[in-house]
Design a protein around this ligand. Structure first.
Ligand SMILES: Cc1cc2nc3c(=O)[nH]c(=O)nc-3n(C[C@H](O)[C@H](O)[C@H](O)COP(=O)(O)OP(=O)(O)OC[C@H]3O[C@@H](n4cnc5c(N)ncnc54)[C@H](O)[C@@H]3O)c2cc1C
Length: 1042
């Protein structure tokens, strides 16, 4: 990259030298560091004392009378008609378009120099071969193609050589297929391209060989040939455009600000919706008519940063897609007559990004020979963030892929070119739906965006520039935007992500802070992305801007009164279909998932035969994005609906499988309401879960939703899926994989600073004197073996046996206090939702629970005497992990008799990692996701659960033992002890209350207190001794949450 910058730098210097006249009285500032140059072109001497007019003093004048000069300027504010952010091919051509097509003044600002972005790595093909007629970008590509040819012709007309100016070569292009299937597709492509108005020809292997003898051909080889395609040299084209733009500096209409990252947006009155320019560390650059962000792959993060302190959030889903290119200089082993690309290139280019964490490296052969005889071989694609380091392995792969097409390369070693080769690395601005975002940013006046051209920015630059300029100047577009869909939906998409309602949390995508657990190579089914339910393959689609499109939202009601949003899964993998839409509260970051399905049996999915409108929001007096219409599919006999489809039009959706699919009845099960997504005036939107849940249950959670309306007839039923494969554990993680999962997600539990009753291991409890009592023989308790082997096995909780502390007072007090250093947690690993999820139940043992405290009337914390105290307390949290991808979805927190379920996006994590932070309540050891006070009871009064951080904490990942799991776990003997872990407490509530309340409370409130206490969950009261993990229903069942 340094080399590239140097080239651009050289070009800038050369140009400056050409323009500087010997008698020029003015000065130029050229500040250079090893990689940096800044040249400011400023107005003539008339502006010396006020170098650039401030916004208030009007714009630069066209053709100012004073002689042009290059001048040192100390001005912090400069005003132009248009400010372009980004000096890549898109930004520079936009500037050129305004300069040549209007009389507006333009400033280009770049954090580095023009070729430092993707543009500098571009191979330079301006081809139509791999484009699809009628596709969303077709019109723009055709217009651009035409404009590039027009530019080359106009250079010729001026007596200039386009080859010198642009590196232009009209070589024609070949899209080469190597299999009969590819050739069939290429023939079809040739027909389509011809119908699309281009000269196109299919070449048999013999014809191809004649045209391009260096290519290896056999009977199955063929090619699509477009004789009118051309290529250019990105660096020369940039230098040409820069040179042209700078000619307008003489009129005071052009300025460049290089090595000046844009750091802020200027808005009138400090914060209004009108954007007036941008800020860099050195300058305020005002754009009176327009500010255009053309910052390539940085556009998304830049927009986010620029608006982060405002109440507007714009999500531009552009991300970097790294590419390598190999340039072999003065290559003479063979010649290329054409630009060449392998047939699979188009798929490689359009492949959608997987989860944010996956790299997805792909390499596809492209080969061109530039005007100086360099062989240029491409190219790779991968998602590795903003990294631009060259990777030698990838270069080797590019070379080897090329050698599959050009056999001569097989006899040449890449090492032979070590001295005369260059590697270009660039970050393509990738956008999920492949359509660049071009247009005004809704909600922000005078702000425009032109980004997301991925691997086609050089080809589409001139058309994009013309389009942007037409939009800003209010001229009709040359590209038919009405017939094509790419432009409007982009604005729409953008609009959807422009939040005019105080930056709702849902506008931001939830991301785990640390790396996700690795999926170990030997895992057979776990983490493979899809699961076969028996005739129906399902894939879990994590909801993000790239995988889902918001169709509607309301801003009111529900959690924190922020409303909720409905999303439609998009960019589905090939042959997968939607079975429902996804809904989530707006008070959460964008998070969650939905299943999409592929019909493996040929009879598992069918399109609906009709839709019934089950609800609409037209009559709801709430703030919403238009009206939402909820349609339930009517299915063929033998098929069931799984989710609803939501539209913003009252027109029935089309009866296509693509809209939503019904599922064969045998692959479905009964569902019921799960967690609440939104509730408002008698309407509740709920997630759906299988009615039957547990280790043997086959119901599969789909991620879809339904709704319920108070006082109206029940809605038609929606179903969940069913795993018809017999083995529920087959998709679960192996032992080693479970270790990897637990290493990533094992919780950190904080105990309250005042906590004196801490946990211990079971072994420690037994080894330190715990006793086993038998009914009828109470005077003869027996010590328990440290491994629990002498505990009665099996049976039921029949009051025949119980455990208790040692009799010796000191020993008893020691055991009561537990021992954090001698604590481990116990894991029960179980399949959930038909084996599509794995529950890791993390059990924690505390030898003793302290007494309960009440918040009552004016008393903040009223000790309830013995109430709540008990020996042998078991609490747990459950990590619910997807078997599709190993991601943590939810965590269950046990809290006395019930518990709560918290989505992973709402958890607190240990800094920099994915370990959830858990708070254990003072004395009661109930588990909570947040510190603070939670009252259990009525309104302002109830049992206190106090949680806080302290220096007493337990890292569950440090010491654990698996006591239950699908792979033949050797269970310790104590797991099969089903009797009580503590004695029935010898107090009576009424008596107990009386004795302590009498001392402190007046008579008339004692009754009230008794009533409150009677409503306290049984487990807190703790009269009865608790049982161990395996005796609880959750051992094989689902956790109990409200
Ligand atoms: C290996 C490779 C081969 C390719 N081959 C071809 C090809 O043959 N044909 C084709 O059509 N396309 C090709 N492309 C794609 C093409 O290069 C890109 O689509 C195009 O260059 C994108 O141009 P851009 O101006 O949007 O982005 P960039 O060229 O990346 O420019 C963005 C500019 O924004 C600046 N910027 C970023 N943040 C800020 C900030 N905060 N303040 C100020 N400035 C900022 C950057 O410094 C950069 O100069 C190829 C790409 C690669 C990687």
């Amino acid at each position: 990259m340094i080399r590239l910058q140097k080239r651009c730098f050289d070009a800038v210097l050369v140009f400056w030298k050409l323009n500087k006249k010997p008698n020029d009285t003015s000065k130029a500032l050229i500040t250079t560091t090893s990689t940096m140059v800044s040249i400011y072109y400023v107005q003539s001497a008339t502006f010396l004392n006020s170098p650039f007019p401030s916004p208030a003093s009007g714009s630069l004048r066209r053709g100012a009378s004073s002689p042009q000069s290059l001048r040192v300027t100390a001005s912090r504010s400069s005003s132009y008609d248009v400010v372009v952010v980004g000096g890549g091919i898109i930004g520079l051509t936009i500037a050129r378009q305004f300069l040549t097509g209007s009389d507006l003044s333009v400033a280009v600002v770049d954090k580095a120099v023009p070729c430092s972005g993707a543009t500098g790595a571009g191979q330079g093909y301006i081809w139509m071969t791999h484009k699809k007629p009628g596709s969303d970008i077709w019109d723009l590509a055709m217009r651009s193609h035409h404009l590039w040819h027009e530019l080359a012709d106009s250079l010729t007309d001026q007596g200039l050589d386009p080859q010198d100016m642009l590196g232009w070569k009209k070589t024609g292009s070949l899209l080469v297929g190597k299999t009969s299937q590819e050739c069939v597709a290429l023939k079809q492509k040739v027909n389509e391209l011809s119908e699309g108005g281009l000269r196109a020809e299919y070449l048999s292997s013999a014809d191809l060989f004649l045209k391009e003898p260096a290519i290896l051909v056999d009977d199955e080889t063929g090619a699509a040939f477009l004789p009118d395609d051309s290529q250019l040299d990105a660096h020369r084209a940039v230098a040409y455009i820069e040179k042209g733009n700078r000619e307008f500096a003489t009129e005071g209409r052009y300025a460049e600000f290089y090595h000046e990252p844009v750091t802020g947006l200027l808005r009138s009155d400090g914060g209004s919706k009108e954007v007036t320019g941008v800020q860099t560390l050195k300058h305020n650059l005002y754009g009176k008519k327009a500010t255009i962000v053309a910052a390539g792959c940085w556009s998304g993060s830049l927009m986010h940063d620029l608006l982060k302190d405002s109440n507007i959030s714009v999500d531009v889903p552009v991300k970097p897609r790294k590419g390598h290119l190999l340039v072999v200089e003065n290559f003479d082993s063979f010649n290329l007559n054409h630009g060449i690309m392998e047939a699979g290139y188009a798929d490689h280019q359009s492949a959608s990004a997987p989860g944010v964490e996956e790299r997805m490296l792909s390499i596809s052969m492209t080969a061109t020979m530039d005007t100086t005889g360099n062989l240029v071989l491409g190219s790779s694609r991968e998602f590795v963030g903003f990294d631009t380091e060259a990777d030698e392995t990838i270069i080797r792969c590019i070379w080897e892929r090329a050698a599959e097409f050009f056999p001569t390369l097989r006899d040449i070693s890449l090492e032979d070119f070590i001295r005369n080769r260059k590697v270009r690395v660039g970050l393509r601005p990738y956008i999920p739906d492949g359509k660049p975002m071009i247009g005004s940013v809704p909600g922000l006046q005078n702000l425009y965006l032109a980004a997301g051209h991925e691997g086609g920015g050089l080809s589409m630059a001139l058309g994009t520039a013309e389009m942007v300029s037409d939009i800003v100047l209010g001229k009709p577009s040359k590209v038919d935007v009405s017939a094509n869909t790419y432009f409007k939906p982009l604005l729409f998409l953008l609009y959807l992500f422009v939040n005019q309602t105080n930056g709702l949390p849902v506008e931001t995508i939830f991301k785990f802070q640390g790396p996700l657990p690795p999926i170990l190579p030997h895992e057979v089914h776990f983490g493979k992305g899809t699961i076969d339910l028996g005739g129906l393959e399902v894939k879990q689609v994590s909801i993000s801007n790239t995988t889902a499109k918001r169709v509607w939202r309301t801003y009111e009601g529900g959690r924190d009164s922020m409303g909720f949003s409905i999303f439609e899964p998009i960019n589905l993998p090939a042959n997968f279909f939607k079975i429902g839409f996804y809904a989530q509260p707006n008070n959460q970051k964008l998070f969650g998932w939905i299943l999409v399905a592929r019909d493996v049996s040929g009879r598992s999915l069918r399109p609906p035969v009709d839709y019934i409108e089950v609800w609409n929001t037209a009559s709801l007096d709430i703030k919403q994005d238009g009206h939402a219409y909820f349609w339930q599919p009517v299915c063929l006999n033998g098929y069931k609906p799984v989710g609803v489809i939501v539209t913003t039009s009252s027109q029935k959706p089309p009866m296509k499988k693509k809209s939503i699919s019904c599922v064969r009845s045998e692959l479905t099960e009964q569902s019921e309401a799960d967690t609440l997504v939104w509730g408002f005036k008698g309407v509740s939107v709920v997630n759906l879960r299988p009615v039957q849940r547990g280790t043997q249950a086959t119901g599969v959670y789909t991620g879809t939703f339904s709704f319920q309306q108070l006082n109206s007839s029940p809605l038609p039923y929606l179903f969940c899926l069913k795993n018809t494969k017999l083995n529920m554990s087959s998709n679960m993680p192996s032992k080693a994989q479970t270790r990897a999962l637990f290493k990533t997600y094992s919780p950190l539990i904080y105990f309250h600073p005042k906590e004196i009753f801490l946990p211990s291991s079971v072994h420690w409890f037994f080894a330190n004197g715990a006793l086993l009592y038998k009914k009828g023989n109470e005077s003869n308790p027996i010590p328990i073996q440290p491994n629990g082997t002498n505990l009665p096995q099996g049976g039921s909780n029949d009051d025949l046996f119980w455990l208790d502390f040692p009799l010796d007072k000191t020993a008893k007090e020691k055991v009561q206090r537990g021992d954090l250093r001698n604590t481990k947690v116990y894991l029960n690993i179980k399949p959930m939702f038909g084996g599509t999820f794995t529950d890791i139940a993390v059990w924690i043992f505390c030898p003793f629970n302290g007494n309960a405290h009440l918040k009552f009337l004016f008393i903040k914390s009223l000790s309830l005497g013995q109430i709540g105290e008990h020996v042998g307390d078991w609490e747990h949290v459950t990590l619910r992990i997807s078997n599709f991808n190993g991601k943590l979805w939810r965590v269950y927190f046990s809290q006395h008799s019930g518990g709560t379920l918290v989505d992973a996006c709402d958890l607190e994590y240990v800094e920099g990692g994915n370990k959830p932070v858990i708070y254990s309540s003072l004395h009661g050891h109930a588990m909570f996701s947040k510190p603070g006070l939670v009252l259990q009871g009525k309104r302002k009064y109830g049992i206190r659960n106090d949680m806080a951080r302290s220096d007493k904490w337990l890292d569950c990942g440090k010491g654990y033992e698996v006591i239950g799991g699908p792979w033949g776990v050797v269970e310790p003997a104590w797991t099969s002890y089903f009797r009580k872990w503590g004695p029935r407490m010898g107090y009576k509530i009424d008596k107990s209350i009386k004795s302590f309340a009498k001392k402190i409370l007046p008579m008339f409130v004692r009754k009230r207190l008794r009533n409150i206490i009677r409503k306290i969950p049984y487990e807190i009261i703790g009269e009865d001794g608790p049982t161990g993990p395996k005796a609880k229903l959750t051992w094989t069942g689902d956790d109990k949450y409200s």
